[in-house]
Structure formats: C-alpha cells, structure tokens
Design a binder for this molecule. Structure first.
Ligand SMILES: Cc1cc2nc3c(=O)[nH]c(=O)nc-3n(C[C@H](O)[C@H](O)[C@H](O)COP(=O)(O)OP(=O)(O)OC[C@H]3O[C@@H](n4cnc5c(N)ncnc54)[C@H](O)[C@@H]3O)c2cc1C
Ligand code: SF4
Length: 553
C-alpha cells in the first residue's frame, strides 16, 4: 500500500469504476464517484509526489521532465500533413503524475463564454473546418463552473470583466495581489480603451480548506507548489477521494488497453505496473481521463476484432480534429524594473477581443495577458529581444539588464477543428514499453494564422501603450510543445460526427466514458482546464445516476 492509499483493491475485484489518469478531470471524477459510494481504482502512469518532493530545480522540471511526459521514454512524432513521414519531435507536454497538468500548471482559470458553445450557429460554417455547436450550453454548465471555483479554490473578482458570462455565485476567494506587470497591463489597456481585469486563478489568495495561501515564491509555471496553494487535484480532489475509504490511487500504472467482451462492453483495463508487468484490473465501467492526446491513443491501441479501428471509433473521429489554443507572443523592455519573476505568472487579463468585429473577416477571438514565465535558464535561452546576441560580453550584459525589466504579452486564441489535424499511432516509433508512439499531424487553419497575426498586432500595441522602450514580436507559430490538448474525442448528439454523447458516454460502448480535454467541441479562447473540470463534475453526477439505475453493470 502506498503511504497515501486509504483502501486497496485486488486486480480481480470487480470495482465499480476504473479511472485512467489522475489529472484535472480524473481527480474530480474520482472524488465525486467515491463520495457517491462507488468503489474506485484510479490508474495513473506517473508517480504520486507530495509537496515535500517539489524543488525549485529548473533543470529537473524542464530538461529532465521530473513532472511531465519524458520524450526519452515516451517519444512523439510530428508531420504537418498526411503525405509526410513523421519525424521524432517533442510536440506535447503534460503533467505525468498524480494531479496531471494541474500539479504544475500556471493556474489561469477562465470560464468559457456563451459564444464558445454556440459559435457555429451564431457565426456559421468556416470552410475547411468541422465546427459544431456543443450539445450543451453555458447555462447548463454554469452550476458546475461554480462548483469548480468553490470545491478546488479559485481566486478572482466577480463582475470585474464587462465581458464575463452570467454567474450564480461570486468567487470564494479575492483576487491575488496585482503584480507590476498587472499595473502595466492596466495602464496599457486604459490607453487603448480596453479593460484589464484581475485574472481568475486556481491559486489560493487566502488560506482555504486547510491549505495555505500563495507565498509568491516565483517558481510557479511548470513547478509543483510546496505550499499546496496551487489548487491542483493533487491537493484538492484526490485527498478527499481517498478519505472516503472507497478510492484507491494506484500510481506508476500505465494503461495499455481497455478490454471488452463479446457483447462489446468494457470489462476492465490492462496496465503495466512499476516493474512493467502486465496486470488486468476488472471493472464494471471505465472512465478515460488521460487527456486529449493520451485518451485517443489508448482508444486506438485498444482495437480488437470487434472494434478493428480502435475502441469507440465507429465514426472514425477518434484522434481527429485536434485543437490547441494558439496566439502570438510579444516581448517588451522597460526603462524601469518590473521584477516579473516574483510571484504568480500573471495578474491581469484582457478580454476585449473575445469576440472580434465581424467586419474584420476573422473567425474566433482571443484573450491577452501580460506575464513573466521565465525561470533563469529559460530566460537566458529564449527571453531576450530577438536581435540580442546569444553569447559573449554583450549577451551577459543584456541578461543582467533585461531580466528584471522585461514582460511578455501572450495571446490565447481559438483554434478551429480541422479533420486532418490529429493524434494517431506512429507505425514505427515505439515507447519504452513497446507501445506505438503518438504521431501528431497538424497544420494551422488559414483563419487561425490570420487571428494570430491580428492578436500579435494588439499585443505590440498593448506593450507600447504600457510604456515599453523596446518591443519585439516572436515568429508566428503554434506554441510548441502544445499544452492544451483538445477535441480528439468530440462530444455530440450525432454518433457519426462525435465519439461521446452529451454525458460523456461513448456512443459505441455503454459502460465507457471519456472525460477530459478530448471531449471539447470547440477550443474556447484559452485556459481550458476550468471547463474540463466543470464537465467532469457534471459527467460524474450523471455516471452516478446511471450506475444507480443499474445501467452500467
Ligand atoms: C506548463 C503548462 C501550463 C499550463 N497552464 C494552464 C493554465 O494556466 N490554465 C489552463 O486552463 N490550463 C493550463 N495548462 C493545461 C492544463 O494542464 C490541461 O488543460 C489540463 O491538465 C488537462 O486536463 P486533463 O484532465 O484533460 O488531462 P491531464 O491533467 O493531462 O491528466 C491526464 C493524466 O492521465 C495520465 N495518463 C495518460 N495516459 C495514461 C495511461 N495510458 N495510463 C495511466 N495514466 C495515464 C497522465 O499521466 C496525467 O496525469 C497548462 C499546461 C502546461 C503544460
Ligand atoms: S507562486 Fe504561489 S502558487 Fe505558485 S508555486 Fe509559488 S507559492 Fe505556489
């Protein structure tokens, strides 16, 4: 038994639910279903770390992948279209540990707006993209957004943004203190006639439910939080799931196949344990919460005689219509210190471009924040103005001069669902367990490239209005490695155009559920995790209802 485990099941025990992945969604589903009295095993491929394991070790987290998927054992390949041969390249990054991405992320927690659910019917089709409306609305999800804010602990200021959708309750915690970069965002926005408002963050501004408030240690994005102030599922949902005495978290358990019987129902999963031995865990139902890249991969590796094209894939849509959130990045240098390295990454955001003027002829929209997310080594590699030398005395002088005086405007845009953008199985490259590597095929839709450029121009304006003495625009590209992994098992009413129904149940398999970034229909304007967790609360409620009605056994 691990030191954390409150209960231990045997692989031969037929538990009510096996959950694959203990990340943003998996943690919520585990807590909700175990509180509802169900017997749960959560299989997580990564380790179960505590706050005392977290270090301010930049090389450890960024080069040695202490908290994330490690391309040395889990390689990925990339091609920009189906006619190319994919080459090995680290194209995606996610938290590979109990807590998943929430254990090391930045913590920006934006709700989607009404338009994110209905953009297709409101704005019409876009050639070359497979956009649909969601089968649910903002109003239906609103109570679950509120639940996320109160159950995990989100800091923010209700009513501060004139663009925010309606809400039923204020935030449980006031916003985090404004940073100097936030003051500059306010100054720049005011000059431009825009609104910079307090960023809602899944980080505690005050002590909450036995956890300490943020101490602004400054090693936030990509690092674990020693204070338990970052509202990861590691410190919020998972301990509460374990406390029920019904939920076992089984780390270092890498699921390689979801098993089915002749009737086409799921019977459990086969996984590799820490010593690479194969174990079969029986279950009445399986919930995949492995994220927008690993969930489709697992469905594809779960192909069988009955499901030759992969599990839950009669539509052929598993792995397709992959979306991220793109954008542009602009840097600004000021003639005074900003000291952005202190504290959380950002404190003010701008949503004036959430919906663009139709006259622009660009679909979608975006948010912008002014941030500093460079620990020292990353700054030395990528942070300086683009025309700065990369070695020698002048390089050293600039590092010294610029580190405390730089800030970056980051745009977070919509990404259209394109059929050929996908996660599939690489035909030749394998991981350290002998399983096919993820092959990513991706090219931006032309509209999205126009949107990136439009937003990059706004980012440059913002920095100028804030008083930057020098500005530079980073080359337009998707952010690599991709960290918002969305849309690869779309939710929908039509089984020919989606993988799961509006309650996250696979159209093809009645006791299989998919609850993570993969079920997104559209990408939103960045910061998807709030919506992933709202969907997870809603999905768990419905799974419990179905299980009580005996529909899953
Ligand atoms: C540096 C960084 C900063 C970010 N900042 C933000 C932010 O500010 N705001 C925001 O909204 N989002 C942010 N994100 C994205 C956020 O982390 C993800 O959107 C979110 O965690 C996805 O949730 P999920 O439940 O889909 O999957 P995850 O949280 O990725 O959880 C999936 C879990 O499943 C496990 N798993 C996968 N495959 C298997 C398998 N076969 N067997 C067993 N276990 C498996 C993984 O190890 C992982 O723990 C950031 C991401 C990164 C990398
Ligand atoms: S800045 Fe705050 S939330 Fe982030 S890691 Fe440090 S203490 Fe935790």
């Amino acid at each position: 038994m691990t030191e954390h485990a409150s209960v231990r099941y045997q692989p031969g025990d037929e538990v009510d639910f096996v959950i694959v992945g203990a990340g943003a969604a998996g943690g919520v589903v585990a807590r909700e279903l175990s509180r509802a009295g169900f017997r749960i095993v959560v299989l997580e491929q990564g380790p179960y770390l505590r706050e005392s394991d977290f270090r301010h070790d930049e090389i450890g987290v960024s080069q040695l992948h202490a908290l994330t998927n490690d391309p040395r054992v889990s390689p990925t390949t990339f091609r920009s279209n189906a006619f190319e041969t994919a080459k090995e390249r680290p194209v995606l990054s996610y938290g590979r540990m109990v807590g998943g991405g929430t254990a090391h992320f930045t913590g920006n927690y934006w709700r989607f707006h009404e338009i994110d659910f209905t953009e297709h019917s409101k704005k019409g089709a876009v050639a070359g993209a497979d956009r649909d409306d969601w089968p649910i609305t903002y109003a239906e999800l609103e109570p679950y957004y509120t639940k996320v804010e109160w159950e995990i602990g989100v800091s923010g200021l209700a009513g501060a943004s004139p663009f925010d959708p309606p809400r039923s309750k204020p935030y449980p915690l006031p916003p985090l203190p404004i940073k100097p970069g936030g003051v500059l965002a306010e100054r720049g926005a005011r000059k431009m006639g825009w609104t910079a408002f307090p960023a809602p963050m899944a980080i505690l501004s005050q002590p909450y439910r036995g956890r300490a408030a943020c101490v602004h240690c400054g090693f936030c994005e990509t690092f674990g939080c020693e204070m338990r102030a970052k509202s990861s599922t590691l410190v919020s949902m998972i301990p509460e799931a374990e406390a029920t005495g019904k939920c076992e978290i089984r780390p270092l358990s890498y699921v390689r196949k979801v098993e089915t019987n002749d009737a086409g129902r799921v019977t459990g999963v086969t996984y590799f344990d820490a010593r690479k031995r194969e174990v079969f865990q029986r279950a009445k139902a399986v919930v995949l919460c492995a994220n927008g890249a690993e969930t489709p991969r697992l469905l594809l590796t779960s192909a069988s005689k009955r499901f030759p094209d992969g599990l839950a894939n009669s539509s052929g849509w598993v792995g397709t219509r992959l979306m991220f959130n793109g954008g542009g990045i602009a840097g600004g240098l000021f003639d005074h210190e900003i000291n952005g390295y202190k504290g959380v990454v950002d404190s003010r955001i701008i949503h004036d471009f959430y919906q663009l003027d139709p006259k622009l002829g660009i679909d979608g929209g975006a948010g912008i924040d002014l941030r500093f997310d460079f620990p020292p080594i990353a700054y030395a590699m990528y942070g300086l103005p683009l025309d700065a030398p990369s070695w020698g005395a002048e390089y050293k002088r600039l590092l010294h001069e610029c580190y405390t005086r730089s800030i970056y405007a980051l745009c977070h845009t919509t990404s259209l669902p394109v059929a050929s953008n996908s996660v599939s199985l690489d035909p030749t490259v394998k991981d350290a367990w002998g399983m096919p590597a993820i092959r990513m095929t991706f090219s931006e839709h032309q509209n999205d490239l126009k949107l990136y450029q439009f937003m990059l121009d706004r980012a440059m304006e913002l920095l100028g209005a804030a008083g930057a003495v020098k500005r530079w625009a980073h080359p337009l590209d998707t952010y690599w490695p991709a960290v918002h992994l969305l849309g690869t098992c779309r939710m929908g009413n039509d089984p020919q155009r989606s993988v799961v129904d509006r309650y996250h149940r696979a159209h093809d398999v009645p006791n299989l559920f998919i609850v993570d970034g993969s079920s997104f229909v559209t990408s939103g304007r960045g910061q998807p995790t709030m919506t992933i967790q709202a969907l997870a609360f809603r999905a768990a409620e419905n799974m419990a209802r179905m299980a009580r009605r005996g529909e899953l056994s």
